[in-house]
Structures are given as structure tokens and as C-alpha cells.
Design a protein around this ligand. Structure first.
Ligand SMILES: Cc1cc2nc3c(=O)[nH]c(=O)nc-3n(C[C@H](O)[C@H](O)[C@H](O)COP(=O)(O)OP(=O)(O)OC[C@H]3O[C@@H](n4cnc5c(N)ncnc54)[C@H](O)[C@@H]3O)c2cc1C
Length: 404
């Protein structure tokens, strides 16, 4: 059984069948939809005439694969002793192996004064509600200069809304993105007319149901028709915690994505796991590809494969015509080497103290950095220590470093 019908849970259910599992597969999700892609909800999809869901499977595919998808129902308790999950509709279901793919939810802003014009973006229904306010003449305040907030700012500008981004840190994208790249994104937003207020805490919020008034720490007031709060996400762990499973910045699993209960696995945004490429450092990733990869790996290991998670983290973001891609964990780096590519694109290679390549962050128009980031990812997986001069020179093909 899989709990959580998101990217990870949906992929895991399909993978169980791809791998030849013939027993019953049940996918329980509390949203009313088929499992769907979340990344489009803050990007281009927001700017179309009508927002539509990009499902990762159809009812027909689930039927053909004999996957039972129970939607709009929440798993409320796990009785590990008898291997039964209780659901919010009062029913209960037995399991042999259980995958928790409960994802994450937006971190809430702990302030008084929030009302119906202060919203978060995680689900398709959230996106629909936000979309209704993104039109010319409307004012949108985005609290938090992280990926989701900035992508949404770009979409809102495209639709003609007036946008202000408020960030408490001294710069946008403080977490995991080098200053040089954040600066380019900052300038792109300003060029498109977004007002960015960095280093600004919020002193007060007043939401009267028609508009939101945000008072910044320096006393300035920003009045908006909608405030979207994007200050990070927290893993959904209550179900696991109440079942007595260990929580450590997410549901704690081993390198095979197994909890301390040999019949319960966790994967995707909800879990923390030891990342082999970084000496077993425990991390939790909030990334689309990780959710897919871990869903597939959990499906394998639920059938006894005993395979360790060995992937290098990878993330992307699209804003205006720019694509940012990051492979690896940049906070492991001590020094940076820059490689310029065509069309103004560039990649920053992050090297550890011992010279090992630990991350690569790139930005450029369209797909300009995709190929080299992919090669960097392979170098990181190999734990390679390429010469900084070679990394920095466009004349040296990254592929040749892989062969070395
Ligand atoms: C707007 C947006 C844009 C994004 N853009 C990018 C991007 O550009 N690049 C990138 O790499 N990543 C991006 N992400 C992140 C990516 O979408 C997530 O990492 C991915 O969705 C995680 O998949 P998941 O299945 O682990 O969790 P989720 O997709 O959150 O799915 C978990 C599901 O489980 C359900 N659930 C939870 N508890 C229960 C329960 N007890 N019973 C039943 N159901 C339950 C939840 O309601 C949810 O439907 C974005 C996310 C958002 C929200």
C-alpha cells in the first residue's frame, strides 16, 4: 500500500507493476485528483487561459495496471502490530508492505492578522484560487524570495499584475543558490517590473477580506489584493510519528528508504535519508526528480531488492526565459570555479576542501546549461576531483574529464 498520491506515491504504484509485482496495489490520497505534477503550478501553466492539471497517470492506466486509487481520503493511523491502516472515511485496509509518500506542506507564517487574502501554494486547488487574482490591475505581494515565490512572481507579471516580493534575508534565494546566480535572477525580476524588498522583516499584517496591508520592519506599508506566502515547506510526518517511527527532519529512513520497521518505507519530500555521495550525510530533498527516483527505488526495495539510494540531488527552476539548474549540495563546497558557456550562460562548480567536485549551479536561457549540468552530475557521482583550470575552461570538454 502507498499513502500519499503525489509525484512519489503515484510513481511508486506504477513502478510496483513495472517491476512485476502481482499482489494488490492500493494508492491512498487525500486530494480529490489523480496524482499530478506540482512544478507547473508556479510556472508557465499559471499564465494560460485556464489552469489545467497535468496528471502523471489516468484512471484508465490505473485500471489497466490493477492499481486501486482511493482519493479524497486520508490515512489517519497505522496499526503496525496487525499491519492495518485506518482511513478518514472510517474504513481500514491491511498491508504487507507500506510506503509513506506524504510529501510536504507549506511552512506557515506565525503571525496574527492573516485572513482569506493570505494564501499558500502547494496544491492544484491552491493554484486555482491564486490564479483568479493574477490579472492586470491586481496587486500581489509575495512573502518569501524562494523558488516558488519567484516563479509565481514571474507568472503574475506575465499576466499583468503588480508584484512585490518581500524577503527577510539580505538577498533572494539565500538557501542553496550562489549569490552570483541569485543576482542575475534578482535583476531579471526588476527588469520585468517586480519590486523586491530584501532584508525586510514583516512587522504586521492586516487582512480585511478585501485587501491585505503588510507593514514592513522599516515602517513602509504594502497593500495588495493577495499575499502569497512562500517561506519553505515542512515534511508531513504526523502519521509516521504517531505510529512510533523515528522523525529526524522528515521520516527517518536508511539508504534503502526503509524505516526501523522492516515493512514500512518512506520516500520523497517527507523523508530524510543518508546520502551516499556525501559520506552518508542525512538530508531531506524537496525536489521533483528525487520524488520520482525514490518512488521507483522504494517500489524495488519493497520487493526485497535491497538497493541503496545513490542519486545526486538535482533541481531546476524556470523564471522568464531563464533556467537555473543545480546538481549536488552546494553547501558542501569551499571554493567556486566559473565556466562560461554560450549565450551568457555559465556554471559555477563547487569544490570541497580536498578538491572534490560536490555541486554545480548553472543559469542561462532555455536549456543552455542542461548538458553540462548533467555531465557535472556524473562527475559528482564518480566523486571526481577535476583540475579547477580544466573545469573553468570552455575549451576542455567536461566529457573528457569524465573519462579521465
Ligand atoms: C508550486 C510548486 C512548484 C515546484 N517546482 C519545482 C521545480 O521547479 N523543480 C523541482 O525539482 N521541484 C519542484 N517542486 C517540488 C516537487 O513538486 C516536490 O518535490 C514533489 O511534488 C514531491 O513529491 P512527493 O510525492 O514526495 O510529495 P507531494 O507531491 O507533496 O505528494 C504528497 C501527497 O500525499 C498526500 N498526503 C499527505 N498525507 C496524507 C495522508 N495521511 N493520507 C493521504 N494522503 C496524504 C498529500 O496531500 C499529497 O497529495 C515544486 C513544488 C511546488 C508545490
Amino acid at each position: 500500500m502507498v499513502i500519499g498520491a503525489g509525484e512519489c506515491g503515484g510513481r511508486a504504484a506504477l513502478a510496483l507493476r513495472d517491476l512485476g509485482f502481482e499482489g494488490p496495489v492500493t494508492l491512498v490520497g487525500d486530494e480529490p485528483h489523480l496524482p499530478y505534477e506540482r512544478p507547473p503550478l508556479s510556472k508557465e501553466a499559471m499564465t494560460g487561459e485556464a489552469l489545467s492539471i497535468k496528471a502523471i497517470a489516468t484512471d484508465a492506466l490505473f485500471a489497466e495496471r490493477a492499481i486501486r486509487h482511493i482519493h479524497s481520503v486520508r490515512a489517519v493511523a497505522i496499526d503496525r502490530a496487525v499491519h492495518v491502516v485506518q482511513l478518514s472515511d472510517g474504513s481500514s485496509l491491511p498491508y504487507q508492505k507500506l510506503l509513506l509518500a506524504t510529501g510536504s506542506v507549506p511552512r506557515t507564517l506565525p503571525m496574527p492578522g492573516l485572513g482569506e487574502r493570505c494564501v499558500y501554494l502547494r496544491t492544484f486547488n491552491d493554484a486555482l484560487a491564486i490564479r483568479a487574482h493574477l490579472s492586470a490591475g491586481n496587486r500581489v505581494a509575495i512573502i518569501g524570495g524562494g523558488f516558488i515565490g519567484l516563479e509565481l512572481a514571474a507568472a503574475a507579471r506575465k499576466l499583468g499584475a503588480a508584484v512585490t516580493v518581500i524577503e527577510a534575508q539580505p538577498r533572494i534565494l539565500m538557501r542553496g543558490v550562489p549569490a552570483e546566480i541569485a543576482e542575475i535572477i534578482h535583476k531579471a525580476h526588476e527588469a520585468e517590473g517586480v519590486a523586491i524588498r530584501t532584508g525586510q522583516g514583516i512587522a504586521a499584517i492586516a487582512d480585511d477580506g478585501a485587501e491585505v496591508s503588510i507593514t514592513l520592519a522599516d515602517g513602509q506599508a504594502i497593500v495588495a489584493d493577495l499575499a502569497v506566502i512562500g517561506i519553505g515547506a515542512v515534511p508531513v510526518t504526523a502519521l509516521a510519528a504517531e505510529a512510533g517511527l523515528a522523525i529526524d527532519n522528515g521520516i527517518a529512513v536508511d539508504e534503502q528508504l526503509r524505516t526501523a520497521d522492516p515493512d514500512i518505507f518512506a520516500a520523497g519530500d517527507c523523508c530524510s535519508f543518508p546520502l551516499a555521495v556525501y559520506g552518508g550525510r542525512r538530508v531531506r530533498l524537496e525536489a521533483w526528480r528525487n520524488a520520482q527516483e525514490q518512488g521507483a527505488l522504494a517500489a524495488k526495495n519493497m520487493q526485497g531488492a535491497e538497493e541503496a539510494h545513490a542519486a545526486v540531488p538535482w533541481f531546476w527552476s524556470d523564471q522568464y526565459g531563464l533556467t537555473l539548474q543545480i546538481a549536488g549540495l552546494s553547501d558542501e563546497g569551499k571554493s567556486i570555479v566559473r565556466r562560461d558557456l554560450d549565450d551568457g550562460a555559465f556554471i559555477l562548480f563547487h569544490l570541497a576542501e580536498d578538491g572534490r567536485l560536490v555541486a554545480a549551479s548553472g543559469i542561462g536561457p532555455g536549456n543552455a546549461v542542461a548538458r553540462d549540468i548533467r555531465l557535472a552530475e556524473m562527475l559528482i557521482a564518480k566523486r571526481a576531483s577535476p583540475a579547477p583550470e580544466a573545469l573553468g575552461s570552455q575549451a576542455v570538454k567536461l566529457k573528457s574529464l569524465l573519462a579521465a
